[in-house]
Each structure stands twice: as structure tokens, then as C-alpha cells.
Design a protein around this ligand. Structure first.
Ligand SMILES: [Zn+2]
Length: 620
């Protein structure tokens, strides 16, 4: 884990030719412990597989797969099914060691680089650049780099020796390499980063379209008015360069000579969506744009990494939204989250804020282990540099104290509830910050004077709440094997491994607590409505891949009682105002940035239509 030895993966070939795996590692006191067996067919695909033990998140592993008489059957806690095999197919286990990827590479090579996957999808293999690595004892090896696509949202890279035998996998977080070769991690990760940048550049060149100098006109559309309240029927939006040049009724607003014209009859034009809570990865930029998200705020990441995304998304060498940044600041200690920048003293607090100010960040994000005594100083320092202050509420501090100490914004609805549910002994650096709310939020009297006075404080100070409701729906309501109702269509279209992420379930529910969990989520919905009606600004954020679950976040807001227009406001003009970008963003008006989306439907009538974002080439 992050170049530190944290476990081992041992593979043995047994006398009957089958493979036995023992895979385990520990990170922060937990990690997977898996024992598995596999039998291979002559073509390298799996004939049978079984695994038991424990997953990374602590849930049990009980997986089995077998092919008998052309019939494949698989079963685990998260999925089960069967299929008649029409041709060769590789079952990709849910739980197992990285060596399984090596087996998949071998099978793919034997099948000309393409194979159906079980339970679904297909994988393709590409051979990339060779690379030389060196072991601790000075041994040198030349490795082949393989990219498997179709398995996850990004290519999965596997390194083999020149004879094709499995060598290992490596990324910044998790690597698995033969003993003595951990020194190669940096080289391998560096190569993967280069390959990813090249791939993003090639995709940007292929997919991005640039309108002619005369501009672009979207005609005959329903256009959302500048306050995002109602449709302007049969309107035209003219874009020249990167700005909106004109908005008016189609019969009076002529497209400029030579402009590209998109007929959006029957469709709706809205401002591009904002996602105010993201932690970006390389795959996010394209997913965001495809989903209609044109601005995201990153709330915690490796600063070099996020600055690199920003540079490439801005200059067009990769596809991605506008990126605003909040710098993550955490304390140190056993329960602290990993962070490039930490602060335990006033001098370190000053250095942390200055480091992010120098990078041009819009805000700071304070985390669980920051000492409460440092919060007023951090807030003063950030405000003096024009930066916003937001975050988790540090352990042993209440949300009310944090707001009074200078928080402009609170992340996550559980932090609002902990103001009432946590006491002096609650250590919110641990998972208690979620489990306590899952068990007890439903018992809180939302009409009590304490709740009312806290809501009034937020209103008075104009404190913003970024509730990340989807995360709590996932944690409180999702169970292993089930995909949450609002996500099924989206999840069904994902590559295999990404799809499985949505079947893992949320928090384990303690015996007899099912109803409390459900009641607690209902209380979170009720609190959202109370905050909104009191005039506390709500901004939409997902804390998860933006392009995949942003629409669900907004659907949850309407389930809480916001109108679709109000929900859309939390993802357009609302955040633009919070971030002081409303002169250039957040709605459709002449002079604003041309961050526009075309939607095939009427999201003011049914928020679910917001999923039906169309690309201009499809609309034209
Ligand atoms: Zn977050």
C-alpha cells in the first residue's frame, strides 16, 4: 500500500493442476483476507473458482463459479446467475488476488485479444510500451505493459515478463509485485501516468468539436430562463467563441451567417450542471461532460494531481469540466486521513493555507483530525486570502462551534445531525460519524428548539450546506447485491468491475437496526427540506463520480420536497452564486460562458429527465 509492505499474495500450483491463492493485506487496521482455488481450461479461461474469507470492507467472501456441460453458474453475496455458454468466456471473480488479472491476460492472448466476460461485458487486450525495471538486489528485467479495456472505467494495466508470465500490478495506492521489486513501483506508476495522459489527449482530439468562428446556434428549443424558474418556449441561443451572444425567440433570433445550427425542437436547453463535492480521478472528466456537468469543485485530492487535471482540462488536452479547488487540510495521528498537507500548530496552519493560496485554490477543506483550537485561525487566514472555509466538523467540536469559528459551509448532512447526536466522548474521526447518524438520526426531534435555533444560525450567517445525500442513501439504504432504485439503468451500462461497485451495499446493518436506518434516512430528507425552506443555501454535490450519480443526488432533493426547479438551482445558479461566478455561469444569458446542455425531455416536470443529456452531434 503506497509502497509500504502491507501483506502478501501467494499462489501455488497443486498436484491436480489447480491453483491455490492466499491473498491478504492490512491497511489502517483492515483489509481483505482471501483464500481461493481455481481450475483452468486449456484455453486459459476459468473452469471453476471458489473463494472465502473477508473483503476489504469487512464483509464475508463466499464466492463460487463453475462451468459444467456448457452451463456457467456463479454465486457470491453480491451476485448470482447462470448462462449458457455460446463461446469462450472468462469469469472475472469478485474477490481474489491480482494474479487473476495475469490469468485474464494469458486467456486474452490465446483468444486474439478479445474475450467475453462473465457475468457480463467483454474485455480487450492491448500491448503497450515495454519497460525496464530493477530489483533491490540489482537484477534487471524487461516487462511488457498490457492494457485491459472493458473491465473498468479506465484501462486496467498488468505487467508481465517477456515470456508472458505474470509479474504484477502497480498504482499509487496499491501494488503487488514479486518480493524485492517494490523499488520498481515508481517507474511503473510513472509509465502508467504517461500512458494515461497520452490516451486522454488522443480521446480529446477525437471527441471534442469546435464550432466555426461564426459560432453556433441552438434553435427551436425550450430554454431555461436566467433565474432557472421556467421555460422560454421556442427560443434560440447563439454562441460565439466561448460566450453566449444572444438568447431570444427563434422567429426573431437569426443564427449568424456560417454558424453551425443545432435544431433542438422538442428538447430543452439548460445551463451546464455544477457538482460541488468531488474528488477527481482520471476517468471523471469525460463522465462529467457526457452527463452534462460542466463545473466541478474538488474537495480534497493530491494537490499536484488535481492541478494537473485542471491544467489539462482547461487547455483541452483532456476532456473535463471547469475545475474549482478546495485544499484538504488534516491533522496528524492514528485516525487521521492521508493528506499531503497537514497542520498541528499555528505555524503549520499558516503554511497550509498559504500553500493552497499560492496554487490559486478557491477554498480550504478542513478535516476530522484538525484541532478545534486551530479552526478560528485557519478561517481567518483563508478569509484574508479570499478563500472559502468548509469541511467536516473536526472531532470534539460541534457544527455550531465550527460555524461560529468561521465555517462558510458544512460538508455532508451527517455533520448537521452530529451537532445534536455527538457528545464530548464521540470520536468522529472514526466511522462513528456515520454509524451514529445511521442509528440515531431518526430519533432527533426536528421541531425542537435546539434544531430551530441551529437552523436559524445557519440562515443568519448564510452558511451553505453541501449535503451529499446520495452518499447517505448508499450507506443507509443499500444492501449487498442490490443496486439502489434510482441507479439501475445507469449501473447496467457500466463495465463489469465498475458495475460491481454499485452492488457492494452500504453500512452493515446491526441486528434489529434495519428500521432505524430507514428512519434515519427519512430524517435526513426532512432536514434537507427544513434547511431549504429556512433559506439556508443548499449546493448539490456527490462525493462520488460526478457523471454517474449527480442526477440521483438531484432526484433525492425532489424526494425531500424541493421542486425540480429548486433542485436544478442547487446545481446551477445556486453554486455559481456561492462561488461568486454567477456573472459568468449558472444560467443562460448573453455574456455568460456557453456552458450549455441539451436535454431530451422536460426536467422541470420530471427531474429524472435530466439524465437524458444529448450530445450536439446526436441532436444535429
Ligand atoms: Zn468528500
Amino acid at each position: 500500500m503506497q509502497t509500504r509492505k502491507s501483506g502478501a499474495s501467494v499462489t501455488r500450483r497443486l498436484a491436480d493442476g489447480s491453483l491455490a491463492f492466499d491473498f491478504r493485506y492490512t491497511q489502517n487496521g483492515r483489509g481483505p483476507k482471501i483464500r481461493a482455488r481455481a481450475r483452468l481450461a486449456a484455453d486459459g479461461t476459468l473452469l471453476s473458482y471458489s473463494a472465502e474469507g473477508m473483503q476489504e470492507r469487512g464483509l464475508p467472501v463466499q464466492e463460487s463459479f463453475a462451468i459444467e456441460r456448457g452451463q456457467a453458474r456463479w454465486k457470491s453475496l453480491e451476485e448470482s446467475g447462470q448462462a449458457e455458454l455460446a463461446g469462450p468466456a472468462f469469469y472475472m471473480p469478485m474477490a481474489g488476488p491480482p494474479e487473476l488479472l495475469g490469468l485474464l491476460v494469458t486467456a486474452l492472448r490465446r483468444h486474439g485479444g478479445e474475450l467475453a466476460l462473465l457475468p457480463g461485458g467483454a474485455a480487450r487486450l492491448e500491448r503497450e510500451r515495454p519497460i525496464a525495471v530493477k530489483s533491490a538486489s540489482g537484477e534487471e528485467k524487461r516487462l511488457i505493459t498490457w492494457a485491459i479495456t472493458g473491465l473498468d472505467l479506465l484501462p486496467v494495466r498488468v505487467f508481465t515478463e517477456e515470456d508472458g508470465s505474470f509479474f504484477g500490478v502497480a498504482d499509487e495506492w496499491f501494488s503487488c509485485l514479486p518480493p524485492g521489486w517494490s523499488g520498481a513501483i515508481e517507474t511503473l506508476v510513472g509509465l502508467e501516468r504517461e500512458l494515461e495522459v497520452e490516451r486522454e489527449r488522443a480521446l480529446a482530439a477525437k471527441l471534442a468539436q469546435r464550432p466555426p468562428p461564426a459560432g453556433l446556434a441552438i434553435v427551436n428549443a425550450r430554454v431555461l430562463d436566467r433565474e432557472n424558474r421556467r421555460w422560454l418556449p421556442d427560443h434560440t441561443v447563439v454562441v460565439v467563441g466561448s460566450r453566449i451572444a444572444a438568447v431570444g425567440p427563434s422567429r426573431r433570433t437569426r443564427p449568424p451567417e456560417g454558424a453551425t445550427v443545432i435544431d433542438a425542437a422538442g428538447k430543452a436547453v439548460l445551463p451546464g450542471l455544477w457538482n460541488m463535492h468531488t474528488h477527481n480521478h482520471a476517468s471523471d472528466g469525460r463522465l462529467d461532460i457526457a452527463a452534462g456537468i460542466t463545473t466541478v469543485r474538488d474537495l480534497g485530492n493530491d494537490p499536484d494531481r488535481v492541478d494537473d487535471y485542471k491544467r489539462r482540462w482547461d487547455d483541452g488536452s483532456a476532456i473535463g469540466p471547469h475545475l474549482l479547488r478546495s485544499g484538504f487540510i488534516e491533522g496528524r495521528g492514528e485516525n487521521a486521513a492521508a493528506s499531503a498537507i497537514t497542520a498541528e500548530t499555528p505555524a503549520e496552519a499558516k503554511a497550509a493555507v498559504e500553500a493552497y493560496a499560492a496554487r490559486g485554490y478557491e477554498g480550504i477543506k478542513i478535516y476530522n483530525s484538525i484541532k478545534p483550537a486551530l479552526v478560528p485561525l485557519l478561517a481567518r487566514l483563508a478569509h484574508a486570502r479570499g478563500m472559502r472555509v468548509s469541511g467536516h466538523i473536526p472531532a470534539f467540536m460541534s457544527a455550531e462551534q465550527a460555524v461560529r469559528a468561521g465555517y462558510d459551509e458544512i460538508q455532508h448532512m451527517n455533520m448537521v445531525f452530529l451537532n445534536f447526536l455527538a457528545d464530548r466522548t464521540t470520536d468522529t474521526r472514526t466511522h462513528q460519524r456515520v454509524t451514529l447518524v445511521a442509528e440515531k438520526a431518526g430519533e432527533l426531534d426536528l421541531s425542537s428548539p435546539e434544531v430551530k435555533s441551529f437552523v436559524a444560525l445557519l440562515r443568519r450567517r448564510n452558511t451553505v450546506v453541501d449535503p451529499t445525500m446520495y452518499i447517505f442513501e448508499l450507506l443507509f439504504r443499500s444492501r449487498p447485491g442490490q443496486v439502489l432504485p434510482g441507479l439501475q439503468e445507469m449501473v447496467a451500462r457500466l463495465p463489469l468491475q465498475a458495475r460491481r461497485e454499485y452492488r457492494m451495499g452500504g453500512l452493515p446493518v446491526p441486528e434489529g437496526k434495519e428500521e432505524s436506518f430507514q428512519r434515519s434516512f427519512a430524517a435526513l430528507l426532512a432536514m434537507l427540506k427544513i434547511l431549504h425552506e429556512a433559506g439556508v443555501p443548499i449546493v448539490a454535490g456527490t462525493d462520488a463520480p460526478a457523471g454517474l450519480v449527480m442526477h440521483r443526488e438531484l432526484e433525492i432533493y425532489t424526494e425531500a420536497g424541493l421542486s425540480p426547479a429548486e433542485a436544478i438551482h442547487t446545481a446551477t445558479l445556486g453554486p455559481a452564486r456561492v462561488m461568486k461566478r454567477d456573472r459568468t455561469s449558472g444560467s443562460i444569458a448573453p455574456g455568460k460562458d456557453a456552458d450549455l446542455i441539451i436535454v431530451d425531455g422536460d426536467p422541470l416536470a420530471d427531474i429524472r429527465d435530466l439524465r437524458r443529456v444529448v450530445t450536439p452531434c446526436a441532436a444535429a
